[in-house]
Design a protein around this ligand. Sequence first.
Ligand SMILES: C[S@@+](CC[C@H](N)C(=O)[O-])C[C@H]1O[C@@H](n2cnc3c(N)ncnc32)[C@H](O)[C@@H]1O
Length: 207
Amino acid sequence: MLQTQDAYNDWAKTYDTVINKTRDLEAVALKNILGDATYQSILELGCGTGKNTAYLAGKCEQLIAADFSEEMMVVAQEKINSVKVTFKQADITQPWRFGKADLITCSLILEHIENLDHIFAQATKTLNPGGQFYICELHPYKQLEGSRAKFEKDGELHQLAYFVHHISDFTTAAQQYGFICDDLQEWFDDDDRSNTPRLISFLFGKV
Ligand SMILES: C[S@@+](CC[C@H](N)C(=O)[O-])C[C@H]1O[C@@H](n2cnc3c(N)ncnc32)[C@H](O)[C@@H]1O
C-alpha cells in the first residue's frame, strides 16, 4: 500500500476532476455550518487542492493552508491568488508551528490520522480563546460499510491507509482538551436520511 503522502502526490492531478461525492458533499457542509461567520485568522489543515481555500479566505483576514502533499498544494496554489493566504507544507502528526488562529478546519483529513488526542491537544494550543474547531469526515458507519479514500492511477486502484474514529472518539477527545460541541450533524447523499450518512461534522468551541 502506498504511503498516504505519496498517494496524495499521485492523486493530485485527478483529485478535482473524478466523481467524488464525499469531496463535494463536504464543501456543502462547510458552507452550511460556517454560514456568514467571519474570523481574523483561519488555519485550514489538509487543504489539499484548495477545494475550500478560496471560500475560507473570503471569511478572514489571514489564512494558513497546510498540507503534507506538495503536489496537492501545487494544484491549490494555481487556484488561489490572494495575499491573505499562506501555504505551508507540514505533517499535522508532528507538533504544529502555524501560530494562533480563531478557526481551525479539518475537511476529510482525520481518517488518515491515528491519534486524535494529538490533534485536539495541538488544536487547543493553537486556538485563541473563544476559537472554533470545524471537523467534517467520512462517517464511521460509511467506513464500516467499506467506503475508503481511493483513486485510480494507470488503471490500478489504490486504497489509502485509514483509521475508523467513532463519534464518541471525537467527542471524548474534544472534551478532554477543553472543547464543547456546539454543532454535530450527519450528511446524507441527496438529503435521503433512509440511507447511511456519508459524512459527520462537528463544530467545537474552545471553552
Ligand atoms: C481527502 S484530501 C482532502 C482535501 C481537502 N480538504 C478537501 O476537502 O478536498 C486529504 C488531504 O489531507 C492531507 N493529509 C493527510 N494526512 C496528512 C498529514 N498527516 N499532515 C498533513 N496533511 C495530511 C492529504 O495530503 C490530502 O491533501
